[in-house]
Structure formats: C-alpha cells, structure tokens
Design a protein around this ligand. Sequence first.
Ligand code: ATR
Length: 304
Amino acid sequence: MNSLSINDFHTMPNDFPDLDVYAVVGNPIAHSKSPVIHQRFAEQAKQKMHYGRIQAELGDFAKVAKSFFAAGGMGLNITIPFKLDAQAFAEVLTPRAQLAGAVNTLYRQNSQIFGDNTDGAGLVRDLLAQGLQLRGARILLLGAGGAARGAMGPLLEQSPKQLIIANRSSAKANDLAQLFGGLAKTNGVELASSTLNELEDPKKGHTPFELVINATAAGLSGESPLSAQAADNIFIPSSFAYEMVYGKSTAFMQQALQRGARVSDGLGMLVEQAADAFLIWRGAKLNLMIDPRSVLAKLRHSCD
Ligand code: ATR
C-alpha cells in the first residue's frame, strides 16, 4: 500500500534517520507512481529505505537537490520539468546521460554527484519484455525532443535495421539524426530523418514499420502526431505502437488499434527505468531479487 501523505511532497532525509532516503523531484509531483514502485522493489529486495516525493518550484531544482544531498539523501529521480536542471547539477555525467542530453537519476559516489539517464534503457527493457524483436527491426520514432533523444542511444544499441526519426519541424529531426550518426554506423543501423507530413506520402518509401514509438508531447493534449493518411501508410496488423505516455488510451494508440496493430502505453517504461535506477543505487546484484514485471502487473491492476 502507498502510505505516503501530503508531507512527503517535502521528503527530507532528516525525517527518516534510520533509513536510506531517496525521492523523486518534479512539478507537479502529487500523482507520481515512483514512490509506490520503489517501495515494492525495496520490499522484494529487502532494502531498508524510504522513497518520497519532492515538489520543487521552477528555478529551485539546484537548491532543493543540494539541500537533499547535504542532509544525507542517497539519490534522486528527476521528472518533468527538471531533467535539464539535473544534468547541470550533476558533477559527473555517465556516457548514456551525455548521449541522452538529460538526467533522470542522481547519486553520490566518492563524494561526487553523478547524473545518469535510465529512461531509454527502461524503454528498451519494456519492449523486449513485451516480446519485441528489435534486432533487424524497422523502427519509426515520432518526435525529436528530450524524450526522443533519451530513447535514441539504447534503441540504436539494439541494432535495428532502420530507425527513422519523424518530427513536426524538420530541423530538430535532422539535428538528432546528425548527433547519433556515429552510433548508428557503429551498430549497422540505417538512420534517417523525416517530417511528419512526409509520412503521408507513399512515394517517400515509408512502408509499414514493425515498431512505431510516440515520443512527442501530442498525447498530452489529446492529439496524435499522425494524420489518418500517415497512419494508413505506417501501421499494419503486425506493427507494434508504443506510446510513452501512460494511464490513458491516446489518439495515437486508437489509430494503431483501428488498423489492427498491437499497442502499449508507457507504464512498463516507467517501471523499468525505475528498476534501473534502483539497481544503480542499491547494487546491480539485486537484479536477481526484484521483479519489475510483477510490480507492473500490480500497478496495472490498481489502476483498473
Ligand atoms: P519532451 O522532453 O517531452 O520530449 P520537448 O523536448 O518539448 O518535450 O519535445 C516535444 C516533442 O513533441 C517535439 O518533438 C515536438 O515537435 P516540434 O519539435 O515540432 O515542436 C513534439 N510535439 C508536441 N506537440 C505536438 C503535436 N501536437 N503534434 C506533433 N508533435 C508534437
């Protein structure tokens, strides 16, 4: 059970002298599922820890994070809108945080604050757990903002055949394709960029994709980034449509379902990125004790 109260919006380590204290920082943060996810991992791995929520005011991230670590806090997760502030706050960035251009996990090591990013790894783990074959697949990534960038490295490392980045504005999609050109080459991936409008044109060679990931913010405002024409070109019944947003069936998911494709929301990505953060903080060996898929199943059950 989630026994957190409103006071936990300001979790500070001094409030829990006998426990290792972690928290998620965001704004808003009231509905974050991270505390309940980490509480379940802690139970599974028999860890004495508390994981709370902190709502920081815009512009206050560094102040909040500094006082949290100064009071003995062990680690933070960071969510919207502070992932860039967290990157600036970290004294050392892991290679994948550098590649992602954002930080969602902070921890202290050898008296330095490290910044990592587990979002893309969480996405890939969720896709693999759902039975997707990523090696050799043709993947369409919708969006070229922070969420898309975080997914790029881990997706390319799976050696798909092709990865097309499609964005509303072409400049950002081109930039992302350029940034990841080297990694794509190393992994033998055909990487290209497109505009969303170009997806409507069959002459552009955009035949159906095995995996389409919506990393745009369109779902939040009830829209799909795809026109009906583009959806017709992209989805076939063997396609898999992955929506990074969770907790609702978005317009993007509906378009895919209407064309017979399989769909998933991003709740599994949330749980898997949390699992990765938990293992960074508490030790990779605990991998044998935690079961993210059972945590996900319980979470889905409690949302029904
Ligand atoms: P995030 O960190 O969530 O990725 P972001 O960096 O602001 O947020 O990026 C938002 C992404 O969603 C961008 O790719 C944006 O497209 P543009 O670069 O053209 O702005 C995309 N986006 C937002 N609303 C959209 C909509 N209604 N239709 C299509 N794309 C949308």
